[in-house]
Design a protein around this ligand. Structure first.
Ligand code: AMP
Length: 372
Protein backbone atom coordinates (compact mmCIF):
# COMPACT_ATOMS: atom_id res chain seq x y z
CA UNK A 1 0.00 0.00 0.00
CA UNK A 2 1.55 3.30 -1.13
CA UNK A 3 1.66 6.22 1.31
CA UNK A 4 1.26 9.70 -0.12
CA UNK A 5 2.24 12.83 1.76
CA UNK A 6 0.29 15.98 0.98
CA UNK A 7 1.53 19.47 1.81
CA UNK A 8 -1.60 21.36 2.86
CA UNK A 9 -4.61 19.85 4.59
CA UNK A 10 -7.52 21.81 3.14
CA UNK A 11 -10.52 20.63 1.17
CA UNK A 12 -8.41 19.87 -1.89
CA UNK A 13 -6.33 17.46 0.18
CA UNK A 14 -9.46 15.96 1.63
CA UNK A 15 -10.87 15.31 -1.85
CA UNK A 16 -7.53 13.86 -3.00
CA UNK A 17 -7.71 11.38 -0.12
CA UNK A 18 -11.34 10.54 -0.91
CA UNK A 19 -10.28 9.74 -4.49
CA UNK A 20 -7.22 7.81 -3.36
CA UNK A 21 -8.77 5.36 -0.91
CA UNK A 22 -10.44 3.26 -3.64
CA UNK A 23 -6.98 2.97 -5.25
CA UNK A 24 -5.66 1.48 -2.01
CA UNK A 25 -3.60 4.53 -1.05
CA UNK A 26 -2.78 5.94 2.37
CA UNK A 27 -2.34 9.62 3.16
CA UNK A 28 -0.55 11.89 5.60
CA UNK A 29 -0.93 15.68 5.62
CA UNK A 30 1.24 18.55 6.79
CA UNK A 31 -0.64 21.72 7.68
CA UNK A 32 0.03 24.25 10.44
CA UNK A 33 -3.57 25.59 10.57
CA UNK A 34 -5.74 25.18 13.65
CA UNK A 35 -8.36 23.36 11.59
CA UNK A 36 -7.55 21.13 8.61
CA UNK A 37 -10.46 19.54 6.69
CA UNK A 38 -8.22 16.65 5.65
CA UNK A 39 -7.46 15.51 9.20
CA UNK A 40 -10.95 14.10 9.57
CA UNK A 41 -9.82 11.47 7.04
CA UNK A 42 -6.12 10.92 7.64
CA UNK A 43 -3.14 11.55 9.88
CA UNK A 44 -2.02 15.19 10.03
CA UNK A 45 1.29 16.61 11.21
CA UNK A 46 0.37 20.03 12.59
CA UNK A 47 3.75 21.69 12.07
CA UNK A 48 5.05 24.70 10.19
CA UNK A 49 6.23 24.12 6.62
CA UNK A 50 9.67 25.46 7.56
CA UNK A 51 10.07 23.33 10.69
CA UNK A 52 12.63 20.62 9.88
CA UNK A 53 11.50 18.36 12.71
CA UNK A 54 7.90 18.46 11.44
CA UNK A 55 9.11 17.83 7.89
CA UNK A 56 11.07 14.78 9.02
CA UNK A 57 8.09 13.45 10.97
CA UNK A 58 5.87 14.08 7.93
CA UNK A 59 8.26 12.41 5.44
CA UNK A 60 8.99 9.25 7.45
CA UNK A 61 7.79 6.19 5.56
CA UNK A 62 6.13 8.06 2.69
CA UNK A 63 6.48 6.95 -0.94
CA UNK A 64 6.08 10.41 -2.42
CA UNK A 65 4.98 13.94 -1.64
CA UNK A 66 2.58 16.17 -3.52
CA UNK A 67 0.75 19.40 -2.64
CA UNK A 68 -2.70 20.84 -2.51
CA UNK A 69 -1.56 24.36 -1.59
CA UNK A 70 0.76 26.39 -3.81
CA UNK A 71 2.16 28.73 -1.19
CA UNK A 72 4.25 26.01 0.44
CA UNK A 73 7.80 27.46 0.65
CA UNK A 74 9.86 26.23 -2.31
CA UNK A 75 12.68 25.47 0.17
CA UNK A 76 10.34 22.96 1.88
CA UNK A 77 9.77 21.16 -1.42
CA UNK A 78 13.54 21.12 -2.08
CA UNK A 79 14.26 19.76 1.41
CA UNK A 80 11.77 16.92 0.89
CA UNK A 81 12.98 16.29 -2.66
CA UNK A 82 16.35 15.20 -1.28
CA UNK A 83 14.57 12.36 0.52
CA UNK A 84 11.73 11.26 -1.77
CA UNK A 85 9.97 12.17 -5.03
CA UNK A 86 8.13 15.52 -4.82
CA UNK A 87 5.60 16.01 -7.63
CA UNK A 88 4.63 18.30 -9.35
CA UNK A 89 8.24 19.58 -9.63
CA UNK A 90 9.05 22.39 -7.15
CA UNK A 91 9.88 24.67 -10.14
CA UNK A 92 6.12 24.81 -10.77
CA UNK A 93 5.58 26.14 -7.23
CA UNK A 94 8.21 28.82 -7.77
CA UNK A 95 6.62 29.91 -11.06
CA UNK A 96 3.11 30.09 -9.59
CA UNK A 97 3.89 31.86 -6.30
CA UNK A 98 4.85 35.22 -7.71
CA UNK A 99 2.60 36.94 -10.24
CA UNK A 100 5.53 38.55 -12.03
CA UNK A 101 7.48 35.28 -12.29
CA UNK A 102 4.27 33.60 -13.46
CA UNK A 103 3.65 36.16 -16.23
CA UNK A 104 7.29 36.01 -17.36
CA UNK A 105 7.02 32.21 -17.40
CA UNK A 106 3.84 32.39 -19.52
CA UNK A 107 5.49 34.75 -21.96
CA UNK A 108 8.58 32.51 -22.22
CA UNK A 109 6.27 29.59 -22.98
CA UNK A 110 4.60 31.75 -25.68
CA UNK A 111 1.30 32.32 -23.86
CA UNK A 112 -0.18 35.80 -24.22
CA UNK A 113 -0.90 37.71 -20.98
CA UNK A 114 -2.35 41.10 -20.11
CA UNK A 115 0.32 43.86 -20.29
CA UNK A 116 1.89 44.33 -16.84
CA UNK A 117 4.47 46.35 -14.92
CA UNK A 118 6.40 45.54 -11.76
CA UNK A 119 5.77 48.02 -8.93
CA UNK A 120 8.46 47.71 -6.25
CA UNK A 121 7.65 50.96 -4.48
CA UNK A 122 5.50 54.06 -4.62
CA UNK A 123 7.92 55.76 -7.02
CA UNK A 124 7.23 53.10 -9.66
CA UNK A 125 3.47 53.51 -9.59
CA UNK A 126 2.94 56.70 -11.61
CA UNK A 127 5.18 55.47 -14.46
CA UNK A 128 3.48 52.05 -14.45
CA UNK A 129 0.04 53.68 -14.68
CA UNK A 130 1.23 55.87 -17.52
CA UNK A 131 2.51 52.89 -19.49
CA UNK A 132 -0.40 50.51 -18.73
CA UNK A 133 -3.21 53.09 -18.72
CA UNK A 134 -6.47 52.93 -16.76
CA UNK A 135 -8.46 50.93 -15.89
CA UNK A 136 -5.86 48.61 -14.43
CA UNK A 137 -5.60 46.10 -11.60
CA UNK A 138 -3.02 46.53 -8.83
CA UNK A 139 -2.18 43.22 -7.15
CA UNK A 140 0.27 41.91 -4.57
CA UNK A 141 2.86 39.73 -6.27
CA UNK A 142 2.54 37.00 -3.66
CA UNK A 143 -0.12 35.38 -1.45
CA UNK A 144 -3.13 36.79 -3.32
CA UNK A 145 -6.07 34.42 -3.65
CA UNK A 146 -9.82 34.59 -4.14
CA UNK A 147 -9.61 38.27 -5.10
CA UNK A 148 -7.67 39.19 -1.93
CA UNK A 149 -4.65 41.42 -2.40
CA UNK A 150 -5.95 43.30 -5.43
CA UNK A 151 -7.68 46.57 -6.24
CA UNK A 152 -9.11 47.83 -9.52
CA UNK A 153 -7.92 51.30 -10.48
CA UNK A 154 -10.57 52.98 -12.61
CA UNK A 155 -9.56 56.63 -12.13
CA UNK A 156 -6.46 58.42 -10.89
CA UNK A 157 -8.46 59.16 -7.71
CA UNK A 158 -8.42 55.44 -6.86
CA UNK A 159 -4.65 55.32 -6.59
CA UNK A 160 -4.25 56.69 -3.05
CA UNK A 161 -6.75 54.25 -1.57
CA UNK A 162 -5.20 51.33 -3.50
CA UNK A 163 -1.73 52.25 -2.28
CA UNK A 164 -2.97 52.51 1.32
CA UNK A 165 -4.50 49.06 0.99
CA UNK A 166 -1.68 47.25 -0.78
CA UNK A 167 1.49 49.35 -0.58
CA UNK A 168 4.54 48.15 1.33
CA UNK A 169 4.92 44.81 -0.45
CA UNK A 170 6.05 44.07 -4.02
CA UNK A 171 3.17 44.69 -6.44
CA UNK A 172 2.22 44.18 -10.06
CA UNK A 173 0.05 46.48 -12.16
CA UNK A 174 -1.93 44.68 -14.86
CA UNK A 175 -3.98 46.17 -17.66
CA UNK A 176 -7.69 45.58 -17.02
CA UNK A 177 -8.90 42.97 -19.49
CA UNK A 178 -12.42 43.52 -20.84
CA UNK A 179 -12.88 39.79 -21.25
CA UNK A 180 -15.85 38.03 -22.80
CA UNK A 181 -15.70 35.37 -20.14
CA UNK A 182 -13.28 33.51 -17.88
CA UNK A 183 -12.41 29.92 -18.67
CA UNK A 184 -10.02 27.42 -17.15
CA UNK A 185 -8.20 24.40 -18.43
CA UNK A 186 -7.47 21.40 -16.25
CA UNK A 187 -4.49 19.58 -17.68
CA UNK A 188 -2.74 16.45 -16.46
CA UNK A 189 0.66 15.00 -17.34
CA UNK A 190 1.98 11.64 -16.23
CA UNK A 191 5.53 10.72 -15.25
CA UNK A 192 6.11 9.26 -18.71
CA UNK A 193 5.09 12.54 -20.39
CA UNK A 194 1.56 11.45 -21.44
CA UNK A 195 -1.04 14.22 -21.26
CA UNK A 196 -4.81 14.58 -20.98
CA UNK A 197 -7.05 17.66 -20.90
CA UNK A 198 -10.53 18.19 -19.54
CA UNK A 199 -13.00 20.22 -21.62
CA UNK A 200 -12.69 23.97 -20.90
CA UNK A 201 -14.79 25.24 -18.01
CA UNK A 202 -16.58 28.62 -17.85
CA UNK A 203 -16.08 30.36 -14.51
CA UNK A 204 -18.08 33.10 -12.81
CA UNK A 205 -16.50 35.09 -9.98
CA UNK A 206 -17.93 37.58 -7.54
CA UNK A 207 -15.52 39.83 -5.63
CA UNK A 208 -12.69 37.78 -7.11
CA UNK A 209 -14.03 34.52 -5.66
CA UNK A 210 -15.20 31.61 -7.81
CA UNK A 211 -18.95 31.10 -7.43
CA UNK A 212 -20.03 29.00 -10.40
CA UNK A 213 -18.34 26.76 -12.98
CA UNK A 214 -20.09 25.38 -16.05
CA UNK A 215 -18.62 22.31 -17.75
CA UNK A 216 -18.18 22.03 -20.61
CA UNK A 217 -18.04 25.81 -21.17
CA UNK A 218 -21.28 26.66 -23.02
CA UNK A 219 -20.76 26.90 -26.78
CA UNK A 220 -17.30 25.31 -26.53
CA UNK A 221 -15.91 24.69 -30.01
CA UNK A 222 -13.22 22.17 -30.90
CA UNK A 223 -11.19 25.14 -32.17
CA UNK A 224 -11.19 26.91 -28.79
CA UNK A 225 -10.54 23.63 -26.95
CA UNK A 226 -7.64 22.93 -29.32
CA UNK A 227 -6.21 26.40 -28.71
CA UNK A 228 -6.43 25.94 -24.93
CA UNK A 229 -4.85 22.48 -25.08
CA UNK A 230 -1.97 23.79 -27.16
CA UNK A 231 -1.31 26.48 -24.53
CA UNK A 232 -1.73 24.02 -21.68
CA UNK A 233 0.69 21.61 -23.31
CA UNK A 234 3.34 24.34 -23.55
CA UNK A 235 3.04 25.00 -19.82
CA UNK A 236 3.22 21.30 -18.93
CA UNK A 237 6.25 20.70 -21.16
CA UNK A 238 8.11 23.84 -20.07
CA UNK A 239 7.87 22.71 -16.43
CA UNK A 240 8.40 18.97 -17.01
CA UNK A 241 5.16 18.87 -15.06
CA UNK A 242 3.63 15.80 -13.40
CA UNK A 243 0.11 15.87 -11.97
CA UNK A 244 -2.94 18.08 -12.50
CA UNK A 245 -2.40 21.74 -13.35
CA UNK A 246 -5.05 24.42 -13.84
CA UNK A 247 -4.58 27.43 -16.12
CA UNK A 248 -7.07 30.30 -15.86
CA UNK A 249 -7.65 32.30 -19.02
CA UNK A 250 -9.50 35.45 -20.01
CA UNK A 251 -11.35 34.71 -23.24
CA UNK A 252 -11.35 37.80 -25.42
CA UNK A 253 -12.62 38.58 -28.89
CA UNK A 254 -9.24 39.90 -30.03
CA UNK A 255 -7.19 38.03 -32.58
CA UNK A 256 -3.52 38.23 -31.74
CA UNK A 257 -0.46 36.13 -32.42
CA UNK A 258 0.09 33.77 -35.27
CA UNK A 259 -1.32 30.29 -35.73
CA UNK A 260 -3.83 30.02 -32.92
CA UNK A 261 -6.55 32.63 -33.06
CA UNK A 262 -5.16 34.14 -29.85
CA UNK A 263 -8.39 34.60 -27.94
CA UNK A 264 -7.02 33.28 -24.66
CA UNK A 265 -4.93 35.42 -22.32
CA UNK A 266 -3.29 33.46 -19.49
CA UNK A 267 -4.19 35.01 -16.11
CA UNK A 268 -2.77 32.55 -13.62
CA UNK A 269 -1.99 28.91 -13.02
CA UNK A 270 -2.30 26.58 -10.07
CA UNK A 271 0.16 23.67 -9.81
CA UNK A 272 -2.47 21.48 -8.17
CA UNK A 273 -6.05 20.33 -8.40
CA UNK A 274 -8.35 23.34 -8.67
CA UNK A 275 -11.75 24.60 -7.53
CA UNK A 276 -12.89 24.91 -11.17
CA UNK A 277 -12.32 21.15 -11.52
CA UNK A 278 -14.55 19.97 -8.67
CA UNK A 279 -17.32 19.14 -11.15
CA UNK A 280 -15.12 16.30 -12.47
CA UNK A 281 -16.02 14.17 -9.42
CA UNK A 282 -19.44 13.46 -10.89
CA UNK A 283 -19.20 15.16 -14.29
CA UNK A 284 -16.19 13.48 -15.90
CA UNK A 285 -15.09 9.96 -16.58
CA UNK A 286 -12.23 10.35 -14.07
CA UNK A 287 -12.08 13.08 -11.44
CA UNK A 288 -9.22 15.59 -11.35
CA UNK A 289 -8.32 14.18 -7.91
CA UNK A 290 -7.99 10.60 -9.15
CA UNK A 291 -6.08 11.72 -12.24
CA UNK A 292 -3.64 13.72 -10.13
CA UNK A 293 -2.92 10.63 -8.05
CA UNK A 294 -2.66 8.43 -11.14
CA UNK A 295 -0.18 10.88 -12.68
CA UNK A 296 2.16 11.16 -9.68
CA UNK A 297 2.06 7.39 -9.14
CA UNK A 298 2.95 6.51 -12.78
CA UNK A 299 -0.44 4.87 -13.27
CA UNK A 300 -2.27 5.20 -16.63
CA UNK A 301 -4.28 8.44 -16.82
CA UNK A 302 -8.06 8.12 -16.77
CA UNK A 303 -10.49 9.47 -19.38
CA UNK A 304 -11.28 13.18 -19.16
CA UNK A 305 -14.50 13.29 -21.20
CA UNK A 306 -17.59 14.94 -19.69
CA UNK A 307 -20.45 12.77 -18.55
CA UNK A 308 -23.29 15.10 -19.47
CA UNK A 309 -23.33 18.81 -18.53
CA UNK A 310 -22.32 20.01 -15.08
CA UNK A 311 -22.62 23.11 -12.94
CA UNK A 312 -20.54 23.49 -9.78
CA UNK A 313 -21.62 26.01 -7.16
CA UNK A 314 -19.37 27.01 -4.26
CA UNK A 315 -20.96 27.20 -0.82
CA UNK A 316 -19.43 30.33 0.69
CA UNK A 317 -20.01 31.45 4.28
CA UNK A 318 -23.21 29.47 4.79
CA UNK A 319 -24.25 25.88 4.20
CA UNK A 320 -27.76 25.28 2.87
CA UNK A 321 -30.10 22.73 4.35
CA UNK A 322 -28.91 19.36 2.99
CA UNK A 323 -32.41 17.94 2.63
CA UNK A 324 -33.54 20.94 0.59
CA UNK A 325 -30.70 20.91 -1.94
CA UNK A 326 -30.55 17.13 -2.22
CA UNK A 327 -34.19 17.21 -3.33
CA UNK A 328 -33.03 18.70 -6.64
CA UNK A 329 -32.51 15.92 -9.21
CA UNK A 330 -28.92 15.31 -10.30
CA UNK A 331 -27.45 17.29 -7.39
CA UNK A 332 -24.45 16.14 -5.35
CA UNK A 333 -23.40 17.83 -2.12
CA UNK A 334 -19.82 18.07 -0.81
CA UNK A 335 -19.23 19.59 2.64
CA UNK A 336 -15.67 20.12 3.82
CA UNK A 337 -16.17 19.86 7.58
CA UNK A 338 -15.12 23.51 8.18
CA UNK A 339 -16.61 25.90 10.73
CA UNK A 340 -18.73 28.56 9.01
CA UNK A 341 -17.23 32.03 8.63
CA UNK A 342 -18.24 34.79 6.19
CA UNK A 343 -16.35 34.46 2.92
CA UNK A 344 -15.10 30.95 3.69
CA UNK A 345 -15.49 28.10 1.18
CA UNK A 346 -17.43 25.51 3.21
CA UNK A 347 -18.38 23.11 0.45
CA UNK A 348 -19.67 22.88 -3.08
CA UNK A 349 -22.47 21.26 -4.96
CA UNK A 350 -22.46 19.81 -8.41
CA UNK A 351 -25.49 19.49 -10.65
CA UNK A 352 -25.23 17.10 -13.55
CA UNK A 353 -27.67 16.47 -16.37
CA UNK A 354 -27.62 14.95 -19.83
CA UNK A 355 -29.74 17.89 -21.00
CA UNK A 356 -28.31 21.46 -20.77
CA UNK A 357 -31.81 23.00 -20.53
CA UNK A 358 -32.72 20.77 -17.60
CA UNK A 359 -29.41 21.77 -15.99
CA UNK A 360 -30.30 25.48 -16.23
CA UNK A 361 -33.73 24.81 -14.78
CA UNK A 362 -32.21 22.98 -11.82
CA UNK A 363 -29.64 25.70 -11.39
CA UNK A 364 -32.52 28.14 -10.94
CA UNK A 365 -33.81 25.93 -8.14
CA UNK A 366 -30.35 26.02 -6.56
CA UNK A 367 -30.35 29.83 -6.81
CA UNK A 368 -33.48 29.95 -4.65
CA UNK A 369 -31.59 28.11 -1.88
CA UNK A 370 -27.98 29.25 -2.28
CA UNK A 371 -26.47 32.64 -3.03
CA UNK A 372 -24.38 32.22 -6.19
P1 AMP B 1 -6.84 36.49 -9.84
O1 AMP B 1 -6.54 36.39 -8.39
O2 AMP B 1 -5.73 37.05 -10.66
O3 AMP B 1 -7.39 35.19 -10.41
O4 AMP B 1 -8.06 37.51 -9.95
C1 AMP B 1 -9.35 37.23 -9.44
C2 AMP B 1 -10.41 37.71 -10.39
O5 AMP B 1 -10.29 39.15 -10.58
C3 AMP B 1 -10.28 37.14 -11.79
O6 AMP B 1 -10.88 35.88 -11.87
C4 AMP B 1 -10.99 38.21 -12.61
O7 AMP B 1 -12.40 38.07 -12.49
C5 AMP B 1 -10.57 39.49 -11.93
N1 AMP B 1 -9.32 40.01 -12.56
C6 AMP B 1 -8.06 39.73 -12.18
N2 AMP B 1 -7.16 40.33 -12.98
C7 AMP B 1 -7.86 40.99 -13.91
C8 AMP B 1 -7.49 41.79 -15.04
N3 AMP B 1 -6.22 42.04 -15.35
N4 AMP B 1 -8.50 42.30 -15.80
C9 AMP B 1 -9.80 42.08 -15.49
N5 AMP B 1 -10.20 41.35 -14.43
C10 AMP B 1 -9.25 40.79 -13.65
Amino acid sequence: MKSIGILGGGQLGRMLALAGYPLGLRFRFLDPAAEAPAEQLAERVAGAYEDLESLQQFAAGLDLVTYEFENVPVSTAHFLEQRLPVLPPPAALAAAQDRVAEKLFFQKASLATAPFETVDGHDDLAGAIERIGLPAVLKTRRYGYDGKGQVILRRHDDVTHAWEKLGGVPLILEAFVAFEREVSLLAVRGRGGETAFYPLVENHHCDGMLRLSLAPAPGLTSELQGEAEELGRRVLEALGYVGVLAVEFFQTTGRRGKGASGRLLANEMAPRVHNSGHWTIEGAETSQFENHLRAVLSLPLGGTACVGHSAMVNLIGVVPDSAAVLGIPGLHLHLYGKSPRPGRKLGHLTLRSADPDALQERLERVRSLVEI
